[in-house]
Design a protein around this ligand. Sequence first.
Ligand SMILES: Cc1ncc(COP(=O)(O)O)c(C=O)c1O
Length: 332
Amino acid sequence: MSKVITNKIKKSISELVGKTPLLEIVNYEKENQLEAEIIGKLEYLNPANSVKDRIAKAMIEDAEKKGILGSGCTILETTSGNTGIGLAAITASKGYKLKIYMQDGVSEERTKVIRAYGTEVIPFSDVPEVAEAIEKTEGDFVEVINVFKKAVVEKEENVVFLNQLENEANPKVHKETTGPEIWEDTDGHVDILVATVGTGGTLSGAGAYLKSKNPNIKVVGVEPGISSIATLDNPDIVEITGVHRFSDVGDERVPANVDQNVIDEVIEVETREAYEAARAVAKSDGILVGTSSGAAIWAATRLAKRPENKGKRIVVILPDTGLRYLSTDLFE
Ligand SMILES: Cc1ncc(COP(=O)(O)O)c(C=O)c1O
């Protein structure tokens, strides 16, 4: 058979990252009698099923450009799961060695998926200094990363720590892809952007781009409510994976990639509310999303119910798939 040349056939999963669709959750809107549009950006349709595929690709390509991924080098990253999964997929296809250090207590399918791509996973609890920092600071992940740098990165040879919390390639890729995709797919008709905040990369990058096109666009960050944060006294509280409080904590606890200047409002969502919204959209519109997506939809619903937002269009980032939560209570 002759070889037909076509540029539609991709040669690497990196080429499949981004350009995710927008979907208006019309049945959910009707059921909740909303008079504003809620449009989900379906980031679970990325090749490794989350928004983090974007930063995984961007951080690797940035390190390649800087020439820091020499032969025999091992890439390190800390993650609550999705960044590790995106990196595991992309490094598998590019032939790099990767080691993922992961927060304990996140859903077990995250570890399984990363290992399936051939990547080593080390729980934070296996690094005593990190485990101690987590306990002492009740999970302040900025401090945990500082301890990780000293306890692991500085002690290992020939490693590159990507560090999504500080890596500028993180917000940059959202400014260059997520934001423009929203602008183009809505023909510039967007009033409000809603996203949860972990590293802050998604909201800061996409928000900055949209505001550069139209300064009137409102950018809303979503953080867990106070009753949804595990503490030393209450370690069993179920948290919203990957999402952190950033509005009322000390500056030293806010990741470098959170740009507070871009964010107009912060809405708190409790885990049970996030569950409720994720369960509702699965039944109403057939989209199966994770807890942070549920939190963002819950916040968008609150915004849609405000009289001043009647007739407005709210775009909500839906970071990952509900399939990543089957071992949790989300769909029980
Ligand atoms: C499931 C999930 N949702 C949302 C986020 C937040 O995204 P960002 O880090 O871009 O703020 C994360 C980040 O880890 C995540 O894992």
